[in-house]
Design a protein around this ligand. Structure first.
Ligand SMILES: [Fe+2]
Ligand SMILES: [Fe+2]
Length: 271
C-alpha cells in the first residue's frame, strides 16, 4: 500500500501495486470522492486491508462516508469491504443485482445496505450527479463505472488499466511506448473476449466515451490520466487485433522453479 495522494481538491487516490512476476506491476487504486455526500470507489486488495483502512482514516472519518461505489466484486476491489461496512454504518454499497448476487457467494450484503444502479441510471450526491456506465472493456458482468458531472472524471473500473515497470502518480510519467504496450497487455489479459468482438461495434462503444470527453480518466489499474482520453481510446481500439495473451505454461513454471531451487530441488548453485 502506497501513501494516498490528491488528484483534484475533491478526489484522492488510495494506491497500491500488485506484483505480476515476469510482467511488471499492476496499480490497484481506490478513490475518495469528496462530494457533499462522500463516496469511496472500491476498497483495494485483501492483503492491504489494515493499511488500506489506516489510509482511509487519514483522509476522512469513515463514519462520514455515505456511499461505496463498488465497480465490481473482484478480489482486488473488495479487500476492505467488511471492515468498511462495520466502520461506516450509514454507508450504502452502489452495485448491481448481479453484484449483490456475486457478493452473496463469499461476503453477503444486507439488502438494506445495497443501492442498485444500472448502466444509464444516475445518482445525485447533492453537489454533482454520477451517471453509471458499463465501460468499454471489463472482466465481470457486475461492472459499472461512472461519469462525475462536477469533476468531469470518468471512473472506469478495470478499463484503461496498464501493466507498468515502475510506480507513478501520473500516467503522463509513463513513457508513451511503455504505456501503450502495458495498456494493450492488460486489455488482452483482463478482457480476452475483446478478440471475439466486431471491432466496428467495439469502436462505437469507444465513441461514446469520446463523445462524453472526460478530462480525467481514473482507472483502478492506471495512475490518474488527465487530458489523455483520446490516446487511451486509440490504444484500446487496437486491443481486439493485438496478439492474444497466453500465460506461462507448466514447462515455464518448472524452469522458474529450477532457477529458484536448483535442478535437483535443492538450493540454487552459488558458483
Ligand atoms: Fe476485475
Ligand atoms: Fe480490477
Amino acid at each position: 500500500m502506497e501513501r494516498p495522494f490528491s488528484v483534484t481538491p475533491d478526489i484522492d487516490v488510495l494506491p497500491s501495486y500488485a506484483d505480476i512476476p515476469g510482467f511488471g506491476i499492476l496499480p490497484v487504486n481506490a478513490f475518495l470522492l469528496r462530494a457533499r455526500e462522500p463516496l469511496l470507489v472500491d476498497t483495494g486488495l485483501i492483503a492491504d486491508s489494515p493499511a488500506f483502512m489506516d489510509s482511509l482514516r487519514s483522509l476522512i472519518d469513515p463514519r462520514e462516508l455515505r456511499w461505496l461505489w463498488l465497480t465490481h466484486p473482484d478480489q482486488d476491489h473488495v479487500g476492505s469491504l467488511t471492515p468498511l461496512l462495520q466502520e461506516a454504518p450509514q454507508l450504502r454499497v452502489i452495485t448491481t443485482f448481479i453484484g449483490v448476487g456475486i457478493l452473496s457467494l463469499f461476503n453477503p450484503l444486507q439488502p438494506e445496505r445495497a443501492y442498485l444502479l444500472n448502466p444509464g441510471q444516475s445518482l445525485d450526491l447533492g453537489d454533482r450527479t454520477l451517471t453509471a456506465v458499463r465501460p468499454p472493456s471489463f472482466d465481470g458482468p457486475a461492472t459499472t463505472g461512472f461519469f462525475d458531472s462536477r469533476s468531469n472524471a470518468f471512473f472506469s473500473s478495470d478499463c484503461f488499466g496498464a501493466l507498468m515497470q515502475a510506480p507513478a502518480q501520473d500516467a503522463r510519467d509513463i513513457p508513451e511506448a511503455d504505456l501503450s504496450a502495458g495498456q494493450t497487455l492488460w486489455a488482452t489479459v483482463d478482457a480476452p473476449w475483446l478478440h471475439k468482438v466486431d471491432s466496428r461495434r467495439f469502436e462505437t462503444e469507444l465513441l461514446e466515451i469520446h463523445r462524453r470527453a472526460p478530462e480525467l480518466v481514473l482507472s483502478a489499474h492506471l495512475p490518474p490520466a488527465r487530458g489523455m482520453t483520446e490516446g487511451l481510446l486509440r490504444t484500446l481500439a487496437m486491443a481486439p487485433s493485438a496478439p492474444a495473451f497466453v500465460g506461462p505454461d507448466q514447462e515455464a513454471l518448472q524452469q522458474l522453479l529450477s532457477q529458484i531451487t536448483g535442478p535437483t530441488g535443492g538450493p540454487p548453485p552459488t558458483a
